[in-house]
Write a protein that binds this ligand. Sequence first.
Ligand SMILES: NC(=O)c1ccc[n+]([C@@H]2O[C@H](COP(=O)([O-])OP(=O)(O)OC[C@H]3O[C@@H](n4cnc5c(N)ncnc54)[C@H](OP(=O)(O)O)[C@@H]3O)[C@@H](O)[C@H]2O)c1
Length: 343
Amino acid sequence: MHKVVVHKPGSYDRLKVEEHASADPRSGEVRIAVEAIGVNYADVVVRMGLYRSAKEFVGWPITPGFEVAGRIDAIGPDVTCWEIGDEVFGVTLFGGYASQVVLHSSQVFTKPQRFSMIEAAAFPAVGLTAYHAMFNLAHPRAGETILVHSAAGGVGGALVQLGRIAGCQVIGVVGREEKVPVAERLGAHVVICKADQDLWREALRASPGGFEVVFDANGIATLKESYTHLAPTGRLVVYGFHSMMPKKGGRPNWLKLGWDVLRTPRFNPLQMTHENKSVMGFNLSYLFAKLELLHEGLTQLSRWVDDGSFVSPPVQTYALENVAQAHADIESGRTVGKLVLIP
Ligand SMILES: NC(=O)c1ccc[n+]([C@@H]2O[C@H](COP(=O)([O-])OP(=O)(O)OC[C@H]3O[C@@H](n4cnc5c(N)ncnc54)[C@H](OP(=O)(O)O)[C@@H]3O)[C@@H](O)[C@H]2O)c1
């Protein structure tokens, strides 16, 4: 089998495609012959050595990757729910960039019929992230107005779709003009392009009373204003900090990173109480043991895929050998939808 191994943190040249011996599934496990692998922004942060849970749970060397799709090709003892040849997708806590993946059967799900293998590898991580943010944390009521940053990206695009499903008025924000139609197609009612529009003036125009929910993975670049633009009862859901990261070169700018960490807003509980505003944060990789969250989210998402209410975002594919290009592209901030590796 082939897998991508990062032996020590760094730029794209650290992504080595290596040949390794196949592993056999043990009790409770199955092996997936992988046909497609989802790429997430978090994978580049793992490669740079800045992803805390990767260092805590795995260390070096590490194989990045949170999601795969393929067919079951080996079944361990005591597994009765899967058969050889079943078309599945699986969620991994790292280790997904591989042509074969051994997973506990509780991390494996039937591939939605409406999705190709490529689409099935492209939706679990972003879908689950958006589901958790939307339905476990923000709990929007129908009719509420929500703001989604990076609305043409992986998680952002999924949040747009789930906001629509929740019956919300969805305002999307994107960083480039060509992303506007993508966010619109995914269901955003209004799309603000911050490259050529004043983001917060347009946000006020779209919702003069503020937003009941803002979903923000930019971090320092927008967090303060995202909080300011909450309406009373508003919830700010924080789930990433990508504006601290470089858009090219593959290495962090340590000075900028340190300065951005220092400048990251600290929210004041006294003020939050008086203003009736809340701030929530999460990182799914630390929730992996909560299988009920995983199962509830992916089961519901699969239902919405089946009935056509949750569609695949645009997907761009790369051969596994071109993983460095995929990392450079997602890091650039120019991509839309999802990137998928084909082993
Ligand atoms: N907490 C969790 O459990 C969890 C789980 C999954 C993902 N995440 C986070 O969610 C975010 C999105 O992940 P994704 O995989 O779906 O990626 P993505 O949205 O497909 O790509 C990232 C987008 O962020 C913007 N961006 C990237 N680099 C930037 C920079 N240096 N400065 C400003 N904006 C930048 C760009 O969009 P625009 O320019 O259009 O805004 C880019 O397209 C990431 O921050 C990721 O770490 C968190």
